[in-house]
Design a protein around this ligand. Structure first.
Ligand code: GLC
Length: 473
């Protein structure tokens, strides 16, 4: 099968979050399943020279967007056997930061249409176009409105994956015809709740909609999780399914990770002690055998930071240590930094986004706290488990699907969980984890269960292949 994977970001070229991880690892896994998958994304100025130097210019097209005529150059390169294409337009993509510009709607409308325009140039006519998040939501609509007459694109099927429904690309509805250039025949696909809504366009237009875990696929039919899209999702529920994310288990591998103080595996898990010591020294915490709780996270409400702050004194009054790495909302950055000053021997806070420090926390911590309010899939808990850091999570979305609760009698399960979004329920889960830490048999069972889980993309990549095949029947 020929699959075109369309995304706003993909590692290693550019990554701002989980979407960038998935857009790197899933195509690689599909490639291993012998599918001809290619990835296409914008050529941001933030992409580093080491990668730019490997790119070859293929040509350019003019893309009509409303009344505008815009240049779209195409570059290509290969990375780990996967072919990548990049849409070049300096007006749209030579910017500081990737998202968050006043004209994001126009930038990604341009990108989505340009992808379809340049297919003849790259001479690739896919069987399936796999879109991701709101940035690519208009693509299925453009396809139907402008490209079906080309017989090479007449039968192509589309998939829309929702990685996070909070971000929808919603803007003033005057954009629909003026900026996006959507014809009257397709106007209603893009309009929602008296706005333009790019994610909703993708949900309407795609042949199948997926979310990144099974539980999240159910949750988003509920107003608490749907950020206003529940009505359209309920109507389209027949074409929605959940396929859980994996991680690149070669990239996130404690046996190879050069960021660690000591490499280790499930068999040599005792070496985690060296990582813990290294981490404690690095962040100026006393070197001691106490439960060490790690967090590597965006400091936002989604990630449950409000719960953490509500009971931070109770947490730190336990005989534990805690290391937090992340950036995000100013109120959490400052509040955590303040608390760390009061609990210097217990809490270390690093306001940063660093792969290297992240590895040291995954490797050196005993527990990994992730009390998300909602979590479409979550990748950090998977990485944590692979590095023998036992997750403490709320039972939502992908956290629920990937972290079964530890049962001390049966010695099954991989983490400590709580259900209701409530700070004291979270505190209780932390207490259970800390209590178990001192039961050496139980603790080594839960660490071993966490480390021996299969978090690779293999099973899920096969599920995507099945889905593509169903669509092509
Ligand atoms: C988003 C979600 C996260 C998910 C990731 C990749 O970042 O918030 O839960 O793991 O996308 O799908």
């Amino acid at each position: 099968m020929k699959i075109l994977f369309v995304t706003g970001e993909a590692g290693p070229f550019l990554r701002t979050g989980g979407l960038g991880d998935v857009s790197q690892a899933l195509p690689l896994a599909l490639n291993k399943e012998k599918q001809d998958v290619r990835v296409i994304m914008p050529l941001y100025s933030a992409i580093k020279d080491v990668y730019r130097q490997t790119m070859v210019f293929l040509g350019s097209k003019v893309v009509a967007l409303g009344w505008r005529q815009q240049y779209a150059g195409v570059f290509t390169c290969e990375y780990e056997g996967v072919k990548y294409y990049f849409i070049d337009n300096e007006y749209y993509f030579k910017r500081f930061g990737v998202y968050g510009h006043y004209d994001d709607g126009e930038r990604f409308a341009f990108f989505s249409k340009a992808v379809l325009e340049v297919l003849p140039l790259i001479d690739f006519f896919p069987d399936v176009i796999h879109c991701n998040d709101w940035q690519t939501g208009l693509l299925p609509v453009y396809l139907d409105a402008f490209f079906r007459a080309d017989e090479r694109l007449a039968n192509v099927k589309t998939v829309m994956t929702i990685h996070n429904i909070e971000f929808q690309g919603a803007m003033d509805k005057s954009c629909i015809s003026d900026v996006f250039g959507i014809p009257a025949s397709h106007y209603s696909m893009v309009e929602y709740a008296n706005n333009a809504n790019m994610l909703k366009a993708g949900i309407e237009g795609a042949n199948a909609v997926t979310t990144v875990s099974k539980t999240y696929a159910e949750e988003i039919l509920n107003p608490y999780y749907a950020y206003g899209l529940e009505d359209i999702l309920k109507k389209r529920s027949y074409k929605i399914r959940g396929i859980v994310n994996g991680i690149d288990v070669d990239l996130y591998n404690p046996q190879k990770d050069v960021g660690l103080f000591a490499k280790f595996s499930a068999k040599t898990v005792a070496k985690k002690a060296a990582n813990k010591k290294g981490l404690q020294e690095m962040v100026n915490l006393p070197v001691a055998d106490k439960p060490l709780i790690g967090m590597v996270t965006r400091l936002t409400n989604q990630k449950g930071l409000d719960l953490v702050m509500e009971v931070i004194n109770d947490i730190l009054n336990m005989d534990i240590q805690m290391v937090v790495l992340g950036t995000g909302d100013w109120k959490y950055e400052t509040a955590l930094t303040e608390v760390a000053k009061r609990y210097q021997s217990k809490l270390a806070v690093i306001i940063n986004f660093s792969q290297d420090i992240a590895s040291k926390i995954y490797g050196g911590s005993d527990m990994f706290l992730m009390p998300s309010k909602f979590e479409p899939c979550g990748l950090s808990q998977l990485i944590a488990m692979r590095y023998g850091s036992v997750p403490i999570v709320r039972e939502t979305g992908g956290l629920k699907d990937t972290v079964p609760a530890f049962n001390p009698v049966e010695k099954t399960g991989r983490g400590f969980t709580f259900k209701t979004y409530n700070a004291y329920d979270m505190l209780d889960a932390i207490r259970r984890a800390v209590g178990t830490y001192y039961q050496k048999d139980e603790w080594s069972a839960v660490v071993n269960n966490a480390m021996s889980g299969d978090y690779s993309w293999k099973t899920s990549a096969k599920e995507y292949v099945e889905l593509y095949k169903e669509l092509l029947k």
